[in-house]
Design a protein around this ligand. Structure first.
Ligand code: MEV
Length: 427
């Protein structure tokens, strides 16, 4: 099995990086061409994806390294406009790797479709009628998509919730629990809910309003966990023990305070969204689900937890809804999404969700480790300094040397990079 552990990847040329990833993931020439073509999408392809197309919009695709998830080495394609995110994920994955990598799991890919029933005189009588007709309703929902049913998915269960006191009066809400297999499932669930509406009206005597999936996908969860030995966290003037304490304190802040939790969770979503965009997922659905899940207790809080175990190691856990698919939607119609899925090497939507949870946890670790120690600006400046050094003509080991000196001096400018380069080459 090839290793995802690489150092100094950022010092390679873009061409060297691309060739290495292509070899790693066995990419065909046409797949490499997709990554090289400016936005990875033609105007014709874009025109078939949404309405009123007049152009394309490109974003960088980077590869996060060092990830090991459930014992498997993974290269993680990330699409994001923000610097430091890909480097942060790779760095944190290296830390997690020193403790055995990420352990991840997921629940079955069950989504919830909601059907709103209004104009009911007796909510409890309507509830009883729906429950009595449960099998008939599920069988009807199952007829809608025979392919998903053949693959082992389809309608699983029905839940009935009475909302007696809403601003629009009393209503009954049916939850159709639907196993979407490897699809994200919005289309399948919405179609099933719409198909059920006349039957529900007949059974309840009410009037059906909305028929739509819920983005609070709290039955489709992904979990990731990692253990980082305290020693691996030590750097500069920071002993490992102090870094562990700082990270646990950072988590405590997010656990207790919604103002901090929003930013803490944004850090997690930096990683999750970047993989979502690379693989053609509906990242707004993921965002909606994540924030609603973070508020499920009635108070918005952190999606992750960080603690110190009995041996002094840092242990992190993340649990969040991840409604993602490996078939259908943009995963199929966007050529770069196809290549990204191939690079990831995931076979199912659940496996994809598990890798995404690991990336979210890694991103969170990178952010709070930096925040709890030297702050995030130093890392940003180092990355920026490398870019400036490269632009000034630095090559190989020179890049790091020039960047380090500019950061130490606190002057990160092209003219200073050129001066340092000139000096080092002439001594
Ligand atoms: C910036 O994109 C993300 C962070 O703000 C996350 C955090 O504060 O935990 C650094």
């Amino acid at each position: 099995m090839p290793s995802s552990r690489v150092s100094g990847f950022y010092n390679w040329t873009l061409q060297e990086r691309l060739e290495w990833v292509a070899r790693w993931a066995d990419l065909l020439d046409e797949e490499v061409a997709v990554l090289k073509s400016a936005p990875g999408l033609t105007l014709d392809q874009a025109d078939r994806m949404i309405e009123n197309v007049v152009g394309l919009h490109g974003l960088p695709l980077g590869i996060a390294l060092n990830f090991q998830v459930n014992g498997r080495d993974v290269l993680v394609p990330m699409v994001i406009e923000e610097p430091s995110v890909v480097a942060g994920a790779s760095f944190a994955a290296k830390l997690a790797r020193s403790g055995g990598g990420f352990r991840a799991e997921s629940t079955p890919p069950e989504m919830i479709g909601q059907i709103q029933v209004l104009d009911l005189l007796d909510l409890e009588a309507a509830r009883a009628a729906v429950e009595a007709a449960r099998e008939r309703i599920l069988a009807h929902a199952d007829n809608v998509d025979p392919v998903i049913r053949r693959l082992g998915g389809g309608a699983q269960d029905l839940e009935v919730r009475a909302l007696p006191d809403t601003p629009a009066g009393p209503m009954l809400v049916l939850h159709l629990i639907y196993d979407c297999r490897d699809a994200m499932g919005a289309n399948a669930v919405n179609t099933a809910c719409e198909a059920l509406a006349p039957l529900i009206e007949e059974i309840t005597g009410g009037r059906v309003g909305l028929r739509i999936l819920s983005n609070l996908a709290d039955r489709r969860l992904a979990r990731a966990e990692c253990t980082v030995p305290a020693d691996a966290l030590a750097f500069g003037d920071f002993p490992g023990e102090r870094v562990v304490r700082g990270i646990v304190e950072a988590w405590g802040f997010a656990a207790a305070d919604p103002y901090r939790a929003a930013t803490h969770n944004k850090g997690i979503l930096n990683g999750v969204d970047a993989v979502a965009i690379a693989t053609g997922q509906d990242w707004r659905a993921i965002e909606a689900g994540a924030h609603a899940y973070a508020a499920r207790s009635g108070r918005y809080t952190s999606l992750s937890t960080w603690e110190q175990d009995g041996d002094g190691n840092l242990v992190g856990r993340l649990e969040m809804p991840l409604a993602v698919g490996t078939v259908g939607g943009a995963t199929r119609s966007h050529p770069t999404a196809q290549v990204a899925l191939k690079v990831l090497g995931v076979r199912t939507a659940r496996e994809l969700a598990e890798v995404m949870a690991a990336v979210g946890l890694a991103q969170n670790l990178a952010a709070i480790r930096a925040l709890a120690t030297e702050g995030i600006q130093r890392g940003h400046m180092t990355l920026h300094a490398r870019q400036v050094a490269i632009a000034a003509g630095a090559q190989g080991d020179e890049i790091e040397a020039v960047a380090r000196r500019m950061v130490a001096e606190g002057v990160v400018r092209p003219d200073r990079a050129e001066e340092i380069l000139h000096e080092t080459r002439n001594t």
